[in-house]
Design a binder for this molecule. Structure first.
Ligand code: ZN
Length: 224
């Protein structure tokens, strides 16, 4: 078992306040381009069965971080009576395989799936997290813990509003995640520091796995 890495922002046992959050944000750097790696491919080419839509923008000008346009892809032909499939990626921006996997799926498989389903894909819910390779948004909030009414994370609020406006009832939702080695070296320790808690090291699984919805586990599908 690896020795837990101490996190060097804040006081162990005390949750972060605004000063610690600001210190954390100050440390983050832009490492890749959401516009180049996510938006440009969507604008360049989509299957004929798909259309690109905007579902708003994240405005981080108050933090000097600019604005991020948000995009989704949906079936051009939306037929009543067909089941709706929702695919989301990049709710954790650092989990690159989810974002790039969603783009690849749109490119390679959307047309085939669109023959049987109404499709809605949100490939990168947390674009600042994608650019800075972060689990959190600039406010040090995990968007995946903020899917709730009155959400303080605009990433989550805008995604929920998009799904509500575009999709109606969803038969299947695939949310693409990745368990990176940095969960033990950076993001787990940062979360423990932020919350004034204790970091617990967990082994990082290899390979592909499905996790179920707590309230609708569908164990035959997820295998858990
Ligand atoms: Zn994740």
């Amino acid at each position: 078992m690896a020795t837990p890495t101490p996190y060097d922002i804040g006081t162990p046992g005390s949750p972060w306040g605004p000063t610690e959050r600001a210190a954390w944000l100050q440390r983050q750097q832009r490492r890749r381009s959401y516009l180049d790696e996510v938006v440009a491919p969507l604008r360049a080419a989509l299957p004929a069965q798909a259309e690109l839509l905007s579902y708003g923008e994240l405005d981080y000008t108050r933090l000097g971080l600019g604005r991020y346009p948000l995009h989704a892809v949906r079936s051009r032909q939306w037929l009543a009576g067909r089941p709706t499939v929702l695919v989301t990626g990049g709710v954790h921006g650092y989990e690159t395989s989810g974002v790039q996997g969603a783009l690849q799926w749109i490119r390679d498989d959307f047309a085939r799936a669109a023959e049987r389903f109404n499709l809605l894909v949100l490939p990168c819910i947390s674009p600042w997290g994608y650019e800075t390779i972060n689990r959190w948004n600039p406010d040090a909030l995990d968007p995946n813990r903020q899917f709730k009414p009155g959400s303080p994370a605009a990433e989550s609020a805008l995604a929920m509003a998009c799904v509500a406006a575009q999709a109606g009832e969803v038969a299947l939702h695939i949310d693409l995640h990745e368990t990176t080695d940095t969960d033990n070296s950076e993001f787990g320790p940062a979360k423990a520091a932020r919350d004034g808690g204790v970091f617990h090291w967990d082994p990082i699984p290899d390979g592909f796995y499905l996790g179920g919805d707590t309230e609708g586990p569908a164990r035959a599908f997820s295998g858990r």
